[in-house]
Design a protein around this ligand. Structure first.
Ligand code: SF4
Length: 304
């Protein structure tokens, strides 16, 4: 069986920067408590490294609720960003605030702030319950309208002539296309600002293109990660190939590969390279009906 390594895959610049920021924060004030406000990035293999260094995870249904659990020391805001209220509350509590928000997410916050100050209502395409929409919606709660599906568009009641639409950074271009088309039908004057980040778009594009010449695609990453789930979705829906999500090589199942000549492998933007490499090596060693899990190389770190 041929194993095709899909590129680009793995760490994006936002994840690399967030990991660097938390590493520095955890080393800078030895002995002082350091808390990450939610998962730094949506991959437990990444966050586990920091638990070993004594960093505490504070997680709750909202970032504000999570912040209630931090009384002193350093708090690290994750790559997904937070609302201005959370930032202000953290400063008011006298915490040392390390902001690891991805620059692409910051750009969306800036856009939403500008549009709302210019009198726009803004439709925001995102996933309810994900931290990124929570942070962006906090920029202008009365001006933003969260939609997840085409059906949600039909429920909107907006009369403002100044209307714009923007997106969560880690959605699929194809998903948002259908929603934006429906918005254009209902509100022909709407301004479109596509904020899906380049890292997400490039990984999706490569996965769809390469999947066309593969029998099956394996996506390595966490089921918590929005961009990882979208990779599975685009391979299934656009390349019409089976796609399987695995957290590690241990999740691979032999029956997925019966009669398969070519398997494509990609990974989410927060998946450590050593995990993906182990999946690739395991597939390369695979005999029919028998998986031999490759041994991870602990010296290998970073992007893949
Ligand atoms: Fe930033 Fe995109 Fe990476 Fe999210 S997936 S951290 S928005 S570059």
């Amino acid at each position: 069986m041929e194993v095709v390594k899909i590129t680009p895959r793995g760490y994006c610049h936002g994840v690399v920067e967030a990991i660097r920021a938390l590493r520095i924060a955890s080393e800078e004030h030895p002995g002082e408590p350091v808390a990450m406000l939610g998962y730094l990035v949506h991959n437990e293999h990444v966050t586990r490294e920091f638990f070993d260094r004594g960093v505490r995870l504070v997680d709750a249904p909202s970032r504000l609720a999570a912040l209630d659990m931090v009384d002193s020391g350093t708090v690290v805001l994750t790559a997904h960003g937070v609302s201005p209220e959370v930032k202000q509350r953290a400063h008011d509590k006298g915490l040392n605030v390390v902001d690891a928000t991805c620059t692409d997410v910051i750009r969306t916050h800036d856009l939403v702030r500008r549009l709302s100050s210019e009198g726009y209502d803004i439709v925001y395409i995102g996933r309810s319950g994900h931290p990124e929409p929570e942070g962006v919606l906090g920029e202008a709660p009365t001006k933003l309208h969260l939609v997840e599906t085409v059906d949600d568009v039909d429920l909107l009641e907006i009369t403002n002539e100044r209307l714009a639409v923007t997106t969560q950074t880690t959605l699929s271009v194809w998903d948002t296309k259908a929603i934006i088309e429906r918005l254009r039908e209902r509100f022909p004057h709407i301004e479109v600002h596509n904020e899906i980040c380049n890292a997400t778009q490039e990984r999706q594009q490569a996965a769809v293109e390469t999947a066309a010449s593969c029998d099956v695609v394996v996506v390595v990453g966490s089921s918590r990660s929005s961009n990882t789930l979208r990779l599975v979705q685009v391979v299934k829906e656009l390349a019409h190939r089976p796609a399987y999500l695995v957290d590690t090589a241990a999740d691979l199942q032999t029956e997925w590969f019966r009669g398969v000549d070519r398997v494509g492998v990609t990974s989410g933007a927060s998946t450590p390279s050593q995990i993906t490499r182990q999946v690739i090596q395991t597939l390369e060693l695979m005999e029919p009906d028998q998986l031999v899990t490759a041994t991870p190389d602990p010296s290998v770190r970073g992007s893949d």
